[in-house]
Design a protein around this ligand. Structure first.
Ligand SMILES: [Zn+2]
Length: 320
């Protein structure tokens, strides 16, 4: 007999879907959540959008999944938070939490007595991660950021959790999967450290969203749910199409200044190629960045400015 899906004051009975708000511990903040309770026993799957509130593809896809997933076709439960950083969204920050200017995906496991961001992180660690079996986190390029679609897997959790994460990623229709070296800090990384296999999808750029990208995100989530036998139907696996990238380079800007990148995301380049230049306000070259390996550009800052210590480029070695 399938059990009810209960979160705070919200209860979904078998075959039911209910939407409401979850309170963030020790704050006045409430964030939207949809509980979808299947008719048969099965795993509990968490889906989040809007951990970065200006990454709209994932937010819109998660919103539509809340409306479209049919509980009568599920074995298990699906819990969807379409907009985790609600206060950032309502103040149109570029993905930082409005109250404290922090990035949710750097602050896990959080702290119940900390700033708002730390309390949001703690709420997920306390209330959500212990009760789910799998996790999918939906992201996109922020307003200053372009990216080539890719899926992150767990690379620093327990071996069986890493393997389960890798298998989930193979059911995502993207060319590249990339194992993260982080054991915590990010939501899915920290959930992984608690034994929850998860993946993070990156699709879309510059805070733009399109019907095509939203549909692609939704189909990936549905396909992973099929792979996990939570949603009925045959799952596609993209073995042979998708490649694993291992050796990644995340570059932060050494100075604040004007940024002139040489390539676009998805471009390939040889070792030693000039990737971009930072100039000062007089037009003088401050710093040039050269590729340390032959690779592919995955993420790039495309705003005219880069900020000292801020993300600038992410590329990966492409062998053969
Ligand atoms: Zn993000």
């Amino acid at each position: 007999m399938k059990t009810n899906l209960v979160l705070d004051h919200l209860t979904a009975k078998p075959g039911e879907k209910i939407s409401g708000y979850m309170k963030i511990i020790n704050t006045e903040l409430e964030i939207p959540v949809t509980l979808i309770c299947g008719t048969q026993e099965g795993p509990a799957v968490l889906v989040t959008g809007g951990i970065h509130n200006a990454e709209y593809v994932g937010i819109q896809a998660a919103m539509e999944l809340c409306a479209e997933l049919d509980p009568s076709k599920l074995c298990g439960d699906v819990i969807i938070f379409p907009l985790v950083n609600r206060s950032g969204f309502e103040h149109r920050t570029m993905s930082m939490v409005y109250e404290d200017g922090k990035n949710i995906n750097r602050e896990f496991p959080g702290n119940p007595e900390g700033t708002t961001t730390e309390r949001i992180c703690h709420t997920f660690v306390e209330k959500i991660f212990p009760r789910v079996d799998y996790y999918m986190d939906l992201h996109c390029g922020d307003g200053y950021e372009a990216l080539y679609p890719h899926v992150y897997t767990l690379g620093a959790a327990a071996p069986d959790v890493n393997r389960a994460s890798d298998a989930m990623a193979r059911a995502v229709n993207m060319d590249f999967r990339y194992p993260s070296k982080n054991a915590s800090g990010g939501a899915y990384n920290h959930a992984g450290s608690m034994g929850v296999p998860g993946i993070l999808l990156e699709r879309g750029s510059r805070s733009l969203w399109s019907r095509e990208e939203v549909e692609a995100d939704k189909e990936d989530v549905r396909n992973v749910l099929r792979y996990l036998h939570v949603l009925e139907g045959e799952a596609k696996v993209y073995d042979g199409v998708q490649r694993e990238l291992r050796d990644g380079y995340f570059l932060e800007a050494d100075d604040t200044g004007l940024w002139y990148p040489c390539y676009q995301v998805g471009d390939r380049f040889e070792k030693g190629a000039l990737l971009g230049t930072i100039k000062d306000y007089m037009g003088n070259v401050v710093k040039e960045y050269y590729a340390q390996v032959s690779g592919i550009l995955l993420i790039q800052t495309i705003s005219l400015n880069v900020l000292k210590g801020g993300a600038m480029l992410s590329y990966c070695e492409l062998k053969d």
